[in-house]
Design a protein around this ligand. Structure first.
Ligand code: SAH
Length: 255
């Protein structure tokens, strides 16, 4: 008799997100707005998208810069498989390539990139650690563009703080993050918050639909039920407290 497969949280995360256009809050408009602050890219430029998921922003970047190579890196092989299929679908496979790897253990030559991009992922390793570590891989005058969950106000609702801390993320204020960015060796180029629809229409709505399908596929499964409950709570928190926190785009230039 086969043993019953235990559903792991990571499997659930992948199953929920692999079919979505983006695996976190964001939008094509916000990606293009952030890209508009980056100059000097040409056909020899090298771009890296860390925590690239299935390529929601890498493909937008690739289609909107003249040329150059884009490497997407993600820890989940299933996302990279879809990333590479998406690149192929858009006929970008010659210059857009997805690799499996961890953004805190890069195996590239130092000072080799003109732009490091990362949406909705840097908080996995920490804003400060990420910016400091990735700085090593940028050429001088290279750009970094990341989104990070940030406090909009000095007031920090305890419920929100508790949720993010449990998820292993520490939210900073925008002012604090700007100072972290400057101390990590970048000149601040631009900062702007993501709009509410980046979270709701572009992320929570498709994610909730995917979760509904997963619940139907795995009936009476406690792990699935708890996962979906947590996810619903995240949506409720955001709807209740979104004036206090959200994702913010930080664009910096390596000094
Ligand atoms: N940038 C994508 C995905 C954001 S979700 C988008 O905006 O749509 C966060 C991503 O970071 C996930 O794809 C997750 O697999 C990836 N990730 C988490 N920890 C990672 C790590 N240590 N190294 C590389 N990728 C990681």
């Amino acid at each position: 008799m086969k043993s019953k497969k235990v559903m792991k949280i990571n499997d659930l995360i992948v199953e929920t997100h692999v079919g979505l256009e983006r695996q976190g809050p964001g939008s094509c408009e916000a990606t293009l707005r952030a890209l508009s602050f980056v100059d000097g890219l040409n056909k020899n430029s090298r771009v890296m998208d860390l925590g690239c998921g299935t390529g929601g922003q890498a493909m937008v970047i690739a289609q909107n810069i003249t040329a150059g190579e884009i490497i997407g890196l993600d820890i989940f092989p299933d996302f990279i498989e879809v990333f590479n299929a998406n690149a192929k679908k858009l006929n970008l496979q010659d210059r857009v390539k997805g690799l499996v790897g961890s953004m805190d253990d890069l195996s590239f030559a130092k000072e080799g990139f003109d732009l490091i991009w990362s949406e909705g992922a840097i908080d996995e390793i920490g804003f400060e650690k990420g910016l400091n570590y990735w700085n090593n891989y940028l050429k001088k005058d290279g750009f970094v563009a990341v989104t990070s969950a940030s406090w909009f106000t000095d007031e920090r609702p305890a419920e929100v703080e508790k949720f993010w801390t449990a998820a292993g993320c520490r939210l900073n204020t925008i002012v604090r993050n700007i100072s972290i960015m400057q101390n990590a060796g970048y000149k601040l180029v631009a900062v702007f918050p993501l709009s509410e629809n980046c979270w709701t229409d572009n992320y929570f709505v498709p994610r909730t639909a995917a979760e509904k399908e997963i619940a139907e596929k795995h009936p009476s499964n406690k792990t699935v039920e708890d996962y979906i409950k947590d996810s619903k709570y995240e949506v409720e928190l955001y709807s209740k407290y979104n004036r206090y926190y959200g994702y913010v785009f930080y664009i910096g230039k390596k000094i």
